[in-house]
Design a protein around this ligand. Sequence first.
Ligand code: HEC
Ligand code: HEC
Length: 261
Amino acid sequence: MGTKWITGFIVACAALTLWAQQEEGRNPYTSAEDVAAGADLFGKRCALCHGADGSGGTGPDLRRGQFRHGGSDAGLFRSIRFGISDSGMPRLGMPDERVWQVVAHVRSLSRSAKEIDVPGNAVQGKQLYLGKGDCSRCHTINGVGGRLGPDLSDIGWLRSTRHIKSSIIDPDQDIDRRYLSLHILKKDGQAIQGVPLNEDSYSIQLMDLQENLHSLWKRDLDEIRQEERSWMPSYQGTFSDSEVDDLVSYLYSLRRKTDQP
Ligand code: HEC
Ligand code: HEC
């Protein structure tokens, strides 16, 4: 009887401590077992986008110890528990305890945080971006440039160097689905090409290659075709290997400041 009470008391204390830590936004699940369980979940639910070792892919490298949506325990919990809207980081629907375990694992990835070593020269990369590459024809950085492709102002936060590089030499890989190429043929014979903006049962909106906006009734169209291709040309061959490194280095350096805890 006595031991039962004592055990009960200890369990209650432990639960209370966990609760208190969670209330403060500190991770209550940080034991070696928690980290291991978190690593297992990471492999199943996160590796697809962040790489099995956390080094990134279409999602950011999680080993660098800097997080734009908050690097505190509470900040990481929020990103992983609720996802990040309009970003490709999904809401995964895991119980809180599991999320905390994943937080513990993510934390362990950046324990020995070091700035990722990017070969290339960012200053030269910027010149290639503006000059020979004419990348600003389709991309905006800090408010300047075209809109056919995604805004690159925060690309260094969003993606790994690996993804940035493959975007330049093989754009049809890992296309952001919001930018699949769209081909439309109207009943009057006019053809329009561009990227999709919006669609419902009756109408479709798109931006054409000259950045004109169109809103069309589907009943006026003969064909709507979407291809798994990017409007971005491949720059394989245009740039030497070291020029590609320069571009990657420049793009990876693009990270606007953030004041998330
Ligand atoms: C479908 C791809 C995808 C999956 C699956 C995914 N993520 Fe992400 N994640 C992203 C992208 C893209 C971003 C960048 C969002 C942004 O900064 O706007 C991101 C951002 C994050 C961030 C915030 C980084 C920062 O700088 O603040 C964390 C933390 C994170 N992911 C952890 C995880 C964990 C842990 C899992 C698995 C439970 C996971 N992600 C699953 C794509 C994904
Ligand atoms: C004709 C328009 C066009 C030009 C020119 C262009 N891009 Fe793109 N770019 C796009 C489009 C559209 C996408 C989105 C589809 C995709 O992933 O390829 C994109 C995607 C990207 C991405 C991936 C962005 C992400 O969020 O994952 C990077 C990086 C990129 N471009 C860099 C460049 C660089 C560097 C240049 C110049 C050397 C360049 N682009 C020139 C249209 C263009």
